[in-house]
Design a protein around this ligand. Structure first.
Ligand code: ADP
Length: 909
């Protein structure tokens, strides 16, 4: 008899254990005396005490009245009928049925029924049967749970719970397993009969209420309620039975039967077996499931990470690799177990030896392995990096050497790239004049915490030399305020840019451009300042020099007596210096915006614009003399030099000009011309006298003749008319000469005018022609048969021609003095082409000494005696012709000098 049986006996309400072996104990039997009708005469034997009706006395009840309904049938009729058969009779006992078996025998005056108690026999059989059933049920359940697929497991468990419940008529049954999510237990599955309260839900968390309950035996709630009051609510305060399942580690599951009192026939052991039949396979399947999931996760993870485990098998010098690792290594077809040497072949030679030695250390010394290796693979464009990590598991004979390999190519390559970039950056920083620094914010001040390596080459200091206080001392005394301001601004505004001088180790000062940014923490409090010092000493000094030279240049421009200005191609001034402003009667700052053309006549402006248009990047400079009408002044003459400034496309964007007032020079030139002209007039006085004398003589002769005729009384009207007409003609002739003299003596116009050069030829001949002829000089004039226009001053061209002819005359007359036979002539003729008109003045005076040809246009050069020649004629003439855009030149012809006045033709329109 086991303790369980004992206990369960108590549970099922029986006070004493039952002995199952049937023993013939005479004293223990029940002897019933019967009469022939089957009435009970007396009861005796030990069993009598257990009968409901222990004494029959006078009543003599029929035997069947003492029996339970079921067995009463077997005693129908009379005792005589019952002989020679075994009778199983169930008597109404006290509180329970008394099972008996016996037979009837005739006795002296009736019958005796000898019965033995077979209650235990029946119970034993019943129990055996139930145990058998139980066993079968448990076996079935266990089998079902073992063979079903993992997916169906919950359903199968529920099915088994149902058959359990139906078999034992348990209203609510559930299986609780340890809770994975939290401490305690949870309902894995449950079954509730349709008419029973739903005590539990699948998946329900039970908390730790089941902990501490004795897990060795099953427990009825009635018993447990005092020790474990919490269980009551778990069972809905109804009856219940709690059956544990234990494994090596203690209670691993509970079978809960709700609203149920255990069957008396069921042994403790049976319940435990039932619980075990359910829980053991379930838990094992769950473990299997967890392991499976774990494996799946591992596989997935390994696949995703390009990693996998390996295990060293030193006995066979082999290594075993996870399939995922093989895949990651590109060895899908390789064996999961392979020779260690073969595997090492996969590793890049540079890393192979190290890995091998570390693997040996792992094996021999148990030293954990951690290293990064490259693969020996040529198909990848970047090296494939793996992290290899390994350790020893367990100790002694069961030692294993396990590790994993992880693809870290991405990280490693990034690391390498970053390191390379870092190195490059370091290099750049170290070799650049920039110093990167970090200053920590401590208690309101910034303390140097880091300087890039370039500090040493730039300033010669190290971080140790540059503490918070000493740094300020290194700043140039004049710049210290700037430096303190910089720190204040940095703390206030978060960034700053400033420039100050810092002393280097040699004592020289460097201009540093300081750009710094303040970094703050989450709360906005300053943490540190990160900044950059750029050595801008050279740039600063250069800028200083440029500034100085700009200043000098500015002073030069300002103080220059020359007019300096800049203007746009539309002639709008953008700048002008003081001299220009003075001429234009305004202040220099008023000059920008003024229009240069405002002081030019229309023609001058046209010519000016024309000239500016001709500037090109190749020939950016042009010089000209321009004449302006300045406010409150007569004409001004400026020698004006323009230099074009072009953009990249070669478009003129601006013109820089320098001008010099040439008015005085112009004036004196004019005066010179004028005096030369006067000199010419003086020269011509003789000729003029002749010129005027001539008509006077003619008139006097006419008058004398008329008077003579009048005295003779022979003055006919026709005669008088003819003489008077002659006089009139001579008067007109003289008046013309005088008129022309007046015109010639006038100052030239300011502006050049277009005129026909043959006018000047005619004018010259009208002044000199008679005089020359009077001197016996042959004038050979070829009249121009064309009319063109040149630009300039007709009187000045006339002056030029007069000079040329007077010079020719002088040469001719000089020559004739020596040779009276000499027949002098002067030839004048004109010719033109599309661009020029040329007036030739030639004589036969013998020409000019070739050695002097170069010099005759020089002012004051003369070969004539003092008082006769001025030496101005040709030089002034040269200036006049040049001023008209032409050229005066000379050659020696066959017989004498040959002068040519060449002038540009003005195209009509
Ligand atoms: P000037 O007539 O007062 O000497 P010019 O300048 O007119 O001054 O002439 C300069 C010199 O050139 C003259 O002195 C003379 O020697 C020379 N000359 C000019 N024209 C002729 C000429 N037609 N034939 C020869 N010599 C000439």
């Amino acid at each position: 008899m086991t303790a369980g049986d004992n206990l369960f006996g108590r549970l099922s309400g029986r006070t004493r254990p039952q002995v199952l072996e049937p023993q013939a104990v005479p004293a223990a039997g029940l002897h019933v005396r019967l009469d022939d009708q089957g009435r009970v005469v007396s009861l005796s034997g030990t069993l009598r005490q257990q009968l409901a009706a222990q004494s029959v006395a006078e009543a003599r009840p029929l035997l069947r009245d003492l029996l339970c309904a079921g067995s009463a049938l077997s005693v129908e009729g009379q005792p005589a009928d019952w002989q020679r058969q075994s009778l199983d009779l169930d008597f109404q006992g006290i509180g329970q049925v008394l099972h008996t078996r016996g037979w009837v025998e005739p006795e002296s005056d009736g019958w005796i029924l000898r019965l033995l108690d077979i209650g235990d026999l029946l119970t034993g059989r019943q129990q055996a049967g139930q145990r058998e059933q139980n066993h079968q049920l448990a076996g079935r359940m266990s089998e079902q749970l073992r063979v079903c697929s993992l997916g169906r497991l919950p359903d199968v468990v529920t099915e088994q719970l149902r058959s359990l419940a139906q078999h034992w008529r348990i209203p609510c049954v559930a299986l609780a397993v340890p809770d994975d999510d939290e401490r305690g237990w949870r309902i894995y599955s449950q079954y509730t009969a349709h008419d029973a309260p739903a005590l539990w839900q699948t998946g329900q968390h039970l908390g730790t209420g089941l902990d501490g309950v004795n897990g060795n035996v099953s427990l009825s709630l009635a018993e447990a309620r005092n020790d474990h009051p919490r269980l009551l609510s778990l069972f809905g305060h109804a009856d219940g039975l709690l059956v544990p399942y234990r494994d090596a580690e203690g209670v691993a599951a509970w079978l809960l039967c709700g609203c149920y009192i255990g069957e008396p026939q069921t042994r403790e052991r049976d319940w435990l077996d039932l619980a075990a039949a359910l829980a053991a396979p379930l838990l094992s399947r769950l473990r299997e499931q967890r392991a499976h999931q774990q494996l799946e996760r591992m596989e997935a993870l390994q696949g995703l990470l390009g990693t996998g485990w390996w295990e060293l098998l030193p006995a066979t010098e082999e290594i075993q690799l996870a399939p995922s690792l093989l895949r990651s290594l590109g060895q899908e077809d390789g064996a999961t177990r392979q020779a260690l040497g073969l595997w090492l072949e996969l590793i890049h030679p540079a890393d192979r030896q190290e890995l091998n030695s570390r693997l040996q250390d792992l094996q021999a010394l148990g030293k954990p392995l951690l290293t990064s290796v490259r693969l020996q693979r040529t198909d990848a464009d970047q090296p494939l990096w793996y992290r290899v990590q390994g350790q020893v598991l367990a100790a002694g004979d069961s030692r294993r050497w396990i590790g994993f390999m992880l693809d870290i190519s991405d990280i490693k390559n990034q690391q390498l790239q970053a390191a390379a970039a870092h190195a490059r950056l370091d290099n750049v920083i170290a070799s650049s004049p920039a110093v990167i620094y970090v200053q920590r914010y401590v208690g309101g001040a910034l303390h140097p915490a880091f300087f890039s390596d370039s500090l040493l080459p730039v300033l010669g200091w190290t971080l140790d030399d540059c503490s918070h206080d000493s740094l300020a001392a290194l700043v140039h005394p004049e710049d210290r305020d700037l430096y303190f301001d910089r720190t204040r601004q940095l703390l206030r505004e978060g960034n700053v840019r400033s420039r100050y001088r810092v002393r280097d180790k040699q004592g020289a000062y460097h201009w540093l451009l300081d750009e710094a940014k303040l970094l703050r923490d989450d709360l906005g409090l300053p943490v540190e300042a990160v900044g950059l010092w750029l050595d801008v000493t050279e740039a600063t000094l250069a800028a200083e020099q440029i500034k100085q030279s700009e200043e000098r240049y500015r002073i030069l421009v300002e103080d220059s007596p020359a007019m300096i200005c800049r203007y746009r191609p539309d002639l709008t001034l953008t700048f002008g210096n003081t001299p220009l402003a003075n001429y234009l009667e305004c202040r220099p700052e008023q000059l920008p915006g003024l229009h240069l053309g405002d002081w030019l006549s229309d023609e001058q402006r046209q010519a000016f614009i024309q000239r500016i248009r001709q500037l090109t990047p190749e020939f950016p400079v042009s010089t000209a003399e321009i004449s302006l009408q300045l406010p409150g002044r007569e004409h001004a003459w400026w020698v004006w030099s323009d230099r074009g400034v072009f953009d990249e496309q070669g478009v003129l964007v601006e013109v820089q000009a320098v001008g010099r007032d040439n008015t005085e020079v112009r004036r004196s030139q004019q005066q010179l011309t004028q005096s030369a002209k006067m000199a010419t007039l003086g020269e011509m006085a003789t000729g003029l006298a002749h010129e005027i004398n001539q008509p006077l003589n003619v008139m006097r002769m006419a008058i004398v003749n008329v008077l003579k005729r009048l005295g003779n009384g022979d003055a006919q009207i026709d005669y008088l008319t003819e003489k008077l007409q002659r006089i009139d003609a001579q008067v007109q002739r003289a008046a013309r000469v005088v008129d022309h003299m007046r015109v010639f003596g006038r100052r030239s116009e300011i502006e050049q005018q277009p005129f026909d050069p043959s006018q000047a030829v005619e004018g010259t001949l009208s002044l000199l022609g008679e005089g020359l002829r009077g001197k016996g000089v042959d004038l050979r004039v070829t009249p121009a048969d064309f009319s063109v226009q040149v630009k300039g001053y007709a009187d000045q061209l006339e002056q030029v021609l007069i000079n040329l002819m007077v010079n020719a005359r002088d040469a001719l007359l000089g020559k004739r003095e020596n040779n009276p036979q000499f027949r002098p002539w002067i030839a004048v003729h004109c010719e033109h082409d599309s661009r020029h008109v040329r007036i030739w003045v030639e004589d036969n005076g013998g020409g000019i000494d070739p050695r002097l040809l170069e010099r005759i246009f020089e002012p004051f050069f003369t070969t004539k005696p003092i008082g006769v020649g001025t030496g101005l004629g040709l030089s002034v003439s040269y200036g006049i012709v040049e001023n008209m855009g032409g050229r005066l030149s000379v050659t020696n012809g066959e017989q004498g000098a040959r002068f040519c006045v060449e002038l540009p033709v003005v195209q009509p329109g």
